[in-house]
Design a protein around this ligand. Structure first.
Ligand code: AHR
Length: 506
């Protein structure tokens, strides 16, 4: 039996809601079909945005959405996506399938979508193939409330009031698809571009995100920070609010990216290998965080894990450039483990954006024409939503076992615990074992006897279980009742291959 000791007198850090963030790129069927069907579609929509999708995302409490890429961002010229739709330029989406991008979803549509979702906005600007002027004019177009060429253009295009940019990415993956830059060169460019990102709205500054490392490129992190901090101390306030990190879990790849492994057909060995590879996030966040500590000991700069998730082979018969993959119980565990890791590092991790929202990579929803299904990953985000904005509590898992073997061995249970403003404590747990249930004694250091369960739910199934358009409810969130009161808290029994959320109240 494992033992979870919660120190409910020790609040560690605030869990920024944006840790539960999402990412939408002009890639495959994410924007078109997934989110946006156009005003004249027979699929129910409001101003072109799918009603079923918007409703489900609100229920899941989506806190922030990143757009327009990804690699697409560094080829995107925002002026192509404004004005009358019939006059908007068509372009080739060279990164993703070589399809025609008609720019019918642009700036106005993105802000309309975020308004409907009630979420924060994260715009990723083009540094790779754009100009400083283009980036600064985009910010002016979106946020300036006075008299200026860009503000007038926005008004002429039908939007009198400015919008708010909460986060601005200054380039994406500039070590790769965003220009193949060396870290020192990128950092110099970052310094220059960010200078012209003006805060027109005054009281709500735009949070600027600098392009961080790919996976374990610690040299990138160190060099970028070194270069940005050199001769910059006076600018530091508002100079850099976040540094990104990208890490994808590739189940089977051993160097060859073309062999990532199927989303639904895998062995138990590959299941554990996938979880072990995903657990690497813990080391990445710790080690990149350690480098950031040397430059920013007060943790003012957030680590923004703005691309993460499982990346498998595409579903057979689908366009390889569209990255459409199914989503199983394995994905649910990947999501549950990673979100627990991010919560536990919420002193440094201020945002994370799973890739991608819909129909691409580890999505929370899939669509087929008018049909929409929720994936196992959707239910994890919904179950964990109670952590958003809550305070992480100090917690320690004792006598935790391991699963998998050899190089694939990893801890059996992952957990994180938070307390919200009403004093309700949320505990989220993953049981990564395919065979063994686990009893967990949860003890609170203060007033343990007084706490009762006020809400509890579970997602469980066999490792490759997934939802389809024919059977949409194979995996779903269900009420969890396998717990009993104990002297200083609660004792739960988690089935194998499960994720549980349990909420405690005095
Ligand atoms: O999410 C798919 C792609 O992965 C993104 O466009 C890019 O940033 C990353 O390499």
């Amino acid at each position: 039996m494992a033992k979870l000791v919660i120190n409910n007198e020790k609040k560690v850090s605030k869990i920024n809601p944006e840790i539960y963030g999402h990412f939408s790129e002009h890639l495959g069927r994410c924007i078109y079909e997934g989110l946006y069907v156009g005003e004249h579609s027979e699929i129910p929509n409001v101003n072109g945005m799918r009603t079923d999708v918007v409703t489900a995302l609100k229920e899941m409490k989506i806190p922030v959405l990143r757009w327009p890429g990804g690699c697409f961002a560094d080829e995107y010229h925002w002026m192509d996506g404004i004005g009358p739709k019939e006059k908007r330029k068509k372009m080739i989406n060279t990164h993703w399938g070589g399809v025609v991008e008609d720019n019918s979803f642009g700036t106005h549509e993105f802000f309309e979508l975020c308004k409907q979702l009630g979420c924060k906005t994260y715009v990723n600007a083009n540094l790779g193939s754009g100009t400083v002027r283009e980036m600064s004019e985009w910010v002016e177009y979106i946020t300036f409330n006075g008299v200026s060429p860009m503000a007038e253009l926005r008004k002429a295009n039908g939007h009198e009031e400015p919008w708010t940019i909460d986060y601005l990415g200054v380039g994406n993956e500039n070590w790769g698809c965003g220009g193949n830059m060396r870290p020192q060169y990128y950092a110099d460019e970052y310094r220059r571009y960010q200078t012209y990102v003006r805060n027109y709205s005054g009281n709500q500054p735009i949070q600027k995100i600098c392009c961080g490392a790919n996976v374990d490129d610690y040299h990138w992190t160190k060099t970028v920070l070194d270069t940005c901090f050199d001769h910059a101390p006076a600018h530091l306030h508002g100079f850099m609010d976040g540094l990104s990190l990208h890490y994808y879990t590739l189940p089977e790849t051993e160097g060859d990216w073309n062999v990532k492994g199927s989303a639904t057909k895998f062995t138990e060995e590959i299941f554990y290998q996938t979880l072990k590879r995903s657990y690497y996030m813990e080391e990445l966040v710790s080690r990149h965080g350690h480098i950031m500590d040397q430059y920013d000991p007060d943790k003012k700069i957030g680590m923004m894990v703005d691309e993460w998730g499982i990346w498998t082979d595409v579903e057979p018969g689908t366009n390889p450039g569209f990255l459409y993959q199914q989503n199983t119980m394995r994905d649910a565990l990947v999501a549950g483990m990673n979100l627990n890791i991010f919560n536990k590092h919420s002193d440094r991790v201020k945002m994370a954006n799973i890739a991608q929202l819909i129909n691409v990579l580890q999505s929370v929803m899939l669509t087929d024409g008018a049909q929409m299904i929720k994936t196992p990953t959707y239910y994890i985000f919904k179950m964990y939503a109670a952590h958003q904005g809550a305070m992480l509590l100090q917690s320690d898992l004792l006598e935790n076992g391991t699963v998998g073997s050899g190089k694939n061995e990893l801890p059996k249970i992952f957990e994180s615990v938070s307390e919200d403003e009403n004093g309700v404590i949320t505990v989220t747990l993953t049981n990564n074992s395919l065979e063994a249930a686990e009893e967990i004694e949860i003890n609170l250091t203060k007033d343990g006897a007084a706490y009762q369960v006020c809400e509890a739910s579970i997602v469980t199934g066999r490792m490759a279980d997934h939802n389809t358009f024919e059977n949409p409810d194979v995996v779903k969130e269900e009420t969890f009742s396998a717990y009993q009161k104990s002297e200083n808290g609660i004792r739960v029994t988690m089935p194998a291959c499960s994720i549980v959320s349990i909420r405690l109240q005095k």
